[in-house]
Design a protein. Sequence first.
Length: 544
Amino acid sequence: MHTFHSSTVYQIYIKSFCDSDGDGIGDLNGISSKLPYVRSLGVDYIWITPFFPSPMNDNGYDISDYCAVNPMFGTMEDCEALIREAREQGIGLMFDMVFNHTSTEHRWFQKALTGDPEYMDYYIFRDPVDGHAPTNWESKFGGNAWEYVPHLGKYYLHLFDVTQADLNWENPKVREELKNVIRFWKGKGVSGFRFDVVNLISKPPVFEDDFEGDGRRMYTDGPRVHEFLQELVADTGIGNMVTVGEMSSTTLANCIRYTRPADRELSMAFSFHHLKVDYAGGDKWALKAPDLVQLGEIFRTWQEGMQEGGGWNAVFWCNHDQPRSVSRFGDDSRYWKESAKMLAMLIHMMRGTPYIYQGDELGITDPGYKSIEEYRDVESLNYYRILLERGLSEKDAFEVISRRSRDNGRTPMQWDGTDTAGFTTGEPWIGIPANHTYINAEAEEKDPDSILNFYRTLTSLRKEFAVIAEGDIRFLTAGTGGVFAYERSLNGQILTVVCNMTAGEVPCAPGLRTGYCLLSNYTEAGGDDSVLRPYEAAAYLRNE
């Protein structure tokens, strides 16, 4: 058995997890102090978001030194202690490698700005075309993806913020520099790596305008991306470690290749298509209710397709870039507990390695901020301005931001019901949801029926039942009427999972409730097996 098939990964957004020194910002020692809690969840790995030196324009995803620790988060000694202490508790650490781009404060880019041709070739500099940017591509944070440097007379490519310059992976020196980063952290005892937007590293040989979209079709899953990944893995010896790639706007066929063992690239891949089913017209900044039928078809396509191709999914609802799932796809008021558990079961019983984002296991909600001044995220503030420029009223623009902002997932971890939620003794860097007085780890530890204890059950069942970790998957119903049902099967054992993603009672097809009820999010048995209660989730086990 592949160990990562039966594993669960816990994602920590370091800035918001636990502050050990009272400056209002989470840190490495804060993580160390909470290792017993994380261990109690039954997880095997912790993925920690970047804590390397950075100007923090994109909260650490703009790295200025890959092999050091940002003093904001601690010291190298703190980092080494965390790696050691986690290992002693049976937890491997996965570090976040942002290899598509660096901060413009990185010494490589600073040397490029002097006109040094060696370091200019570390990045993607191009001459103007007819006095304008080389292409019409849009940055994912808004505006053109090229920035002009007057004293060089050239533009550089930044698919993200203007301070995040894209690296030139065509240059073998760049690839060797990045391999050395992997070797450095591997030598420190890290157990795995998460690679940020790694399917964007291979750019096309010729840069052309995109008259059909924002440019992403020109560089996503680029021409040499599989070659580059295979080289990175082979030359650093990380093929036997747990690795996951974040794949932006990717395809099923490519993700099979990224994760198929024979291709020797990555253990698993994140894809995000299921998190766009509430984008009106495909636009993140245009709101609509989640399309559950579309969601079901995406789950079916990716789950069954990856299985057929021999690939492996990373399955998740939340991360540091997404709103909270219970606010987005569930009901964060009347059916808060039921819907949070339902969403957990729907994902955790699937084929793939589940990821718990910090606070998922508590049912943390979007914060419900009241003004734009409470937001910190560069993307959110950029798009608030863009939405106003598009003609939206301040009220309507704020509504979009409040539903879509990455800050929804970045509020401090809610450890207890005190004023600062046990996160810090100081002033938190971003505001804490008011409902932390009852949605917190301390309160849920005391409740046997809590969301927290439900998550613990899910992680233990994945280890106990091979059918969850290794079984085949077949969807029985995918979103029609709000019902999601699938079967996992292995060696004559069948697990049927059925979930109602709506706040109403819906019909339950005959035969779905066959076998022993392994787990349900309702503590009391229902009176009618032909009906699914609001946000009900249940798993039934039988042998054939």
